[in-house]
Ligand binder design. Structure first.
Ligand code: AMP
Ligand code: ZN
Length: 469
């Protein structure tokens, strides 16, 4: 039985999928206007660990993680400028070029961190029609209204608008109600934009689409979707009206996810997600990660300092996803040491892989099934290393657990090459040929051995033998 802490209701609940054996999972992905920091990477690894846990437990996971390439303003609400435009101006590129550039940085980083590919990686700009469709439905059903500047979702129409955060309305929307509300056509400060017309402060918006909506300030309903609308539209199109799991960072509870729920549930007459799973943040030196104070480290900065992506992954495995985790260089050093020690122990186990120990496996399953308790599951790996199991069983069990942990532990196995007498003779013959400068013969022997899966590596302390497949 899998127990998951559901932010909706704030307690652990037994997981029951909508479709047997299948998990429909959506994670709010990156806004691709800048390099993502290691805090963002923590969120991606957490989703990966959850996906891998489900797969280990026998489920098929249909995982969607979007790219936000339009509509996310510098606040999570209706204030500020579009982040993509900010990135475009900073680098003198178009929003499309900025998106392409930072999607490729992100994809390299998450691949280096050994996260599995999502099933779908939609770009918001490719789903504007679906967003327009949902806005139209909300207008038709009376949940939305237009001003000259935007179309707003009418929060007063939803009695349980704050059900996810559990806060009252005044607390729930941190920035709403502030004096600088710029649109006199907005009925209630808590209402949020689901479509912005290309007018007012957005009159020079670089990314815009025609729409069936009308404002006296624009032609053809020109504008762009509100940020929250994209996840609602993409989740519905790719996974259906109700998800098993909707994930995202903890900061999304009061605004982004609250608004996604309101608009999706009113448009679709169905719950948006059965489980809401939120990851806590990574802090640096116990403070918020921030570009301006130089603590928004990227993966490449970690690697430049001599750490591998797996050192960082190992660091992330040590905190539960619902706990804050604090990054310091010393903590990362300790993680590197811990991973190096584990790999050294694995390399002492030989290269024969036996059978998985069922008792340890049971224990591992209990721990990942308890709200994905990865730090506790990781402890089982060390118990296996210390146990009285045979080396072959230890290896098999650890590699089995690594399907969830994703630490590439297989690479630590010593590949011992057993050299037959015939091969030994050939190597000696090649050495002689080399000494007498008969390089043609030496190369020929080298090629013969390679065709048998044996590579000779000439180094300062003699010839080394490597098995190749
Ligand atoms: P963004 O590009 O800001 O929309 O963030 C992409 C993802 O990273 C979102 O799911 C955020 O919730 C998450 N995130 C942002 N900052 C942090 C952090 N410091 N620690 C963990 N996750 C974060
Ligand atoms: Zn989202």
């Amino acid at each position: 039985m899998i127990q998951i802490y559901n932010t909706l209701g704030r307690h652990k609940q037994e997981f029951k999928p909508i479709h047997e054996g299948k998990v429909l999972m959506y994670q709010c992905g990156p806004t691709v206007y800048w390099t993502q920091h290691i805090g963002n990477m923590r969120a991606m690894i957490i989703a990966d660990l959850i996906k891998r846990s489900f797969e280990y437990l026998g489920y098929e996971v249909v995982f969607t993680r979007n790219y936000t390439d339009v509509g996310h303003l510098t606040s999570d609400e209706d204030f500020g400028e579009d982040k993509m435009e900010k990135g475009a101006k900073r680098e003198n590129l178009t929003p499309r070029e900025i998106a392409d550039k930072y999607i490729s940085v992100f994809e390299k980083d998450v691949a280096d961190l050994n996260t599995e590919e999502p099933t779908f990686k939609p770009l918001a700009t490719n789903y504007v029609n679906e967003m327009i469709e949902m806005v139209s439905v909300l207008l038709e059903k009376g949940y939305a209204y237009s001003s000259d500047l935007a179309i707003y979702f009418d929060v007063s129409k939803v009695p349980n608008y704050t059900k996810l955060s559990g806060q009252n309305l005044e607390e729930n929307v941190s920035g709403a109600g502030r004096a600088e509300v710029e649109d006199t056509g907005k009925k209630n400060p808590y209402d949020f934009a689901i479509w912005f017309f290309r007018a007012g402060k957005h009159k020079n918006a670089l990314q815009y689409w025609n729409s069936p909506f009308s404002s006296p300030l624009v032609e053809n309903g020109e504008g762009f979707p509100g940020w929250h609308m994209e996840c609602s539209a993409m989740a519905k199109k790719l996974l259906g009206p109700t998800l098993d799991i909707h994930m995202g960072g903890i900061e999304h509870v009061p605004v982004h996810h609250t608004n996604e729920i309101a608009q999706s549930e009113c448009a679709n007459d169905a719950p948006l997600a059965n489980f809401w799973v939120h990851n806590e943040h990574l802090t640096v030196d116990n403070g918020k990660m921030s570009k301006s104070i130089g603590t928004a480290f990227s993966l490449s900065e970690i690697v430049e300092k001599g750490f591998s992506p797996m050192d960082l992954r190992f660091f992330f495995l040590q905190a539960h996803y619902r706990s804050k985790q604090n990054f310091t260089w010393n903590a990362l050093k300790a993680s590197k040491q811990g991973l190096d020690n584990l790999k050294a122990k694995i390399s002492e186990l030989g290269s024969r892989i036996g059978t998985v120990d069922e008792k340890f496996k049971e224990d591992f399953i209990v721990r990942i099934s308890d709200d994905f308790n990865i730090p506790s599951a990781l402890a089982v790996v060390f118990e296996v290393v210390k146990s009285g199991l045979s080396n072959e069983q230890k290896l098999a069990t650890i590699l089995d657990f690594d399907k969830v942990l994703g630490l590439k532990l297989r690479e630590a196995i010593q590949t011992q090459v057993e050299i037959s007498e015939d091969i030994k003779k050939l190597i000696e013959e090649r050495e002689l040929a080399r000494k007498s400068k008969d390089f043609a013969k030496a190369d020929e022997i080298r090629a013969t051995l390679l065709s048998q899966g044996i590579e000779l590596l000439d180094g300062p302390d003699g010839v080394k033998v490597k098995k190749v497949s």
